[in-house]
Write a protein that binds this ligand. Structure first.
Ligand code: UGA
Length: 345
């Protein structure tokens, strides 16, 4: 939002059930906030009619929900957003849909015994890599399969009804304002960055699920937004394309991420905040419940975005973590003190 309003002359209509993340833009005359649930499809249609491009971001995308509320996850990622896809096709509007790197599923190493360190075997490519999920009983994959079927639906609308679309597959975007801290502005288990920040600011050990051996490719939010700005600026290059949006240089195991976050926290920790308590191992069943499985490695091929959009992610992991950790510390310092006092009672 910030970049759209400051770097372009477009008008933005933001549809959300909650104003929290866009409240600071309400005074801008080019921004209109609409308090509406995207499940209320016919009301959303009026806004689609008036738009040049529809950026679809709504999702339940938190792994702790995949095992506990799979029906809601499938509904929010497939059953309901299909209405948006259909309406974009009917109204002949360009749909920019945010999917997920999870559509790649378990990734190659799980099924082929490929050497996971061999980059060529494990690079995930938009138009050639098979998408491999676990069994139905492993509910972790309900999200990825819902997202995958929505991608296939979008593709089919493009094929049969000439829908103009762009599918973005985000690879673990990180930055200020992501997720929430349990007990302060949300409940449950957020994604790993917020889990680790909660532990650091609460003075408890970081929890490494199944030892933290799996890897992720964390992508700085500023790089991710650069990609969206390029997509919007280059419709002819972006239409009917799928783009991995990832910074492969930032690939790291979760246990090494924990070390980096402890280091980043120590640099910005306030005197009244707890010292880091290190990390402990926890089983995935204990942490997420039965039905959790994981992707081992998600290393993206980003040639398509480089060539078609001229996109080049340049924010390193240390820089992105320093900014993110500092934001959490500043934003939650007071609330963490209050939470601690409340828990002590
Ligand atoms: C999630 C979503 O499923 C994706 O849709 C989304 O695209 C992606 O995040 C993202 O942020 O882009 P995942 O990468 O598994 O997928 O998300 P996290 O919950 O951040 O977990 C990352 C890794 O950290 C997993 O291996 C998890 O087991 C581990 N983890 C998480 C810990 O070791 N400790 C924690 O406290 C939390």
């Amino acid at each position: 939002m910030e970049r759209l309003l400051s770097e372009t002359s477009v008008s933005v209509v933001g549809i959300d059930v909650n104003v929290a993340k866009v409240g600071e833009y309400l005074a801008d005359s080019r921004f209109t906030y609409v308090n509406l649930d995207i499940y209320d499809a016919e009301k959303v249609r009026a806004f689609i009619k008036g738009a040049d491009a529809v950026v679809s971001l709504a999702a339940l995308c938190n792994p702790s929900l995949y095992n506990t509320t799979p029906l809601a996850v499938i509904e929010s990622n497939f059953t309901r957003p299909i209405d948006i896809v259909r309406m974009c096709a009917e109204e002949k509007k360009w749909l920019i849909h945010y999917s997920t790197c999870e559509v790649y599923g378990k990734t190659v190493a799980h099924v082929s015994n490929a050497d996971v360190q061999t980059q060529e075997n494990t690079l995930l490519s938009e138009y050639s890599t098979p998408l491999i999920m676990g069994p139905v009983s492993a509910q972790r994959w309900c999200y990825a399969t819902a997202k995958q079927l929505l991608e296939r639906t979008i593709f089919a609308y493009g094929f049969e009804q000439d829908l103009a679309y762009t599918i973005v597959r985000p690879f673990n975007f990180i930055g200020p304002r992501m997720d929430y801290i349990p007990g302060i502005d949300g409940e449950g288990v957020p994604r790993v960055i917020a889990c680790f920040m909660d532990a650091l600011m609460s003075g408890t050990p970081l929890q490494l699920v199944d030892g933290g051996m799996n890897k992720r490719t964390f992508t700085a939010i500023d790089d991710a937004i650069d990609a969206l700005m390029l997509i919007l600026a280059k419709p002819a290059h972006a239409r009917n394309e799928i783009f991995n949006i990832a910074n492969p240089a930032n690939e790291i195991s979760i246990s090494a991420l924990a070390e980096k976050m402890i280091y980043a926290y120590e640099k910005v920790r306030r005197p009244d905040m707890p010292l880091p308590m290190g990390a402990v191992q926890v089983s995935s069943e204990e942490f997420y419940g039965v039905g959790y499985e994981d992707s081992d490695r998600r290393l993206a091929d980003i040639k398509n975005a480089r060539i078609k959009l001229g996109w080049n992610p340049c924010r390193g992991l240390d820089e992105a973590l320093a900014e993110t950790v500092a934001w959490y510390v500043n934003h939650y310092a007071l609330a963490m003190t209050e939470k601690k006092a409340l828990n002590a009672r």
